[in-house]
Design a protein around this ligand. Sequence first.
Ligand code: PAF
Length: 323
Amino acid sequence: MKLNKLVLGMGLALGLMSAASAQTVLKLGYATAASSHYGVGSTVFCDEIEKGTQGRYKCQQFPASALGGEREMIEAVQLGTLDLVNTSTGPVGNFVPEVKIVDIPFLFRDYDHARKVMDGPIGQDILTKFPSKGLVALSWTENGFRHMTNNKHPIVKPADASGLKMRTMENKVHMDGYKTFGIQPTPMAFPEVFGALQQGTVDGQENPIPVILASKFSQVQKYLSLTGHVYSPGLLITSPRLMNKLSDADKKVFYEAAQKAKVAQRKKVNEDENNGIAQLEKDGMSVVRKVDGQAFRDALVPAYVAYSKEFGADNIRKIQEVR
Ligand code: PAF
């Protein structure tokens, strides 16, 4: 009898100990290197949830497209084989169509404008569209304004880009716009891009400075033009499956961590924008700083007619009018 009680007591104590130390390790993937803007934002998120849940939740990060391209990672989150992805909006519109409007080229004037829209009612309303698609968007992180690189010649105006075979994201809104510049858009998942540039399968690509830096595109691209032709938002995405498991207090920790991740990721984008162009020049790239932005905007007029039909001219105007 005494022995039975002892065994029971020990069992209970062990159970309590393991409940107190139970730890869930969440898998978080992103496309670029751990030292990149995505890595900086993701690390802040992971540190904050670990701190805020007293170690009950922590992350294992999978940088550098270790789990595939962004589309594959979003699918994995939907399926439950990946817990979190820090991704550009590139492929997201294929899952949540309401996101597509923010992918329109030359929609945002600058970082200030873009961030205000994402953090304001328009951006926050878009986030509410995710759960019905089996996804939860915790915050708008950031990829940055995209610029063109290529191996043929400097691009100042659309006529210079015309005829170039350019890798683009798998994003129809981008591709429709870029066609008006005369570019031949070649959609491709990011993990294939370095090789395609190296082998000359495509002449160029377009990405923000933080990506061009982190992915060492200076090794395979000669010309960089600061076209800033489209803002590339980021999103930290998880699933309703995971969020529904969390207590209200833990949910708050996750949302607050995602806000801190956003701030840190945007700060890293700013730093790379400020210091990265000189670095890319040092690495041998020839940089066109003065681009004919008006000529690119003029070329886009027919695309804007189509965008207005698809997304509503009023909705586009509401974004443009945010000050
Ligand atoms: O070009 C892309 O696919 C994206 O900008 C990238 C590099 C995966 C980052 O989100």
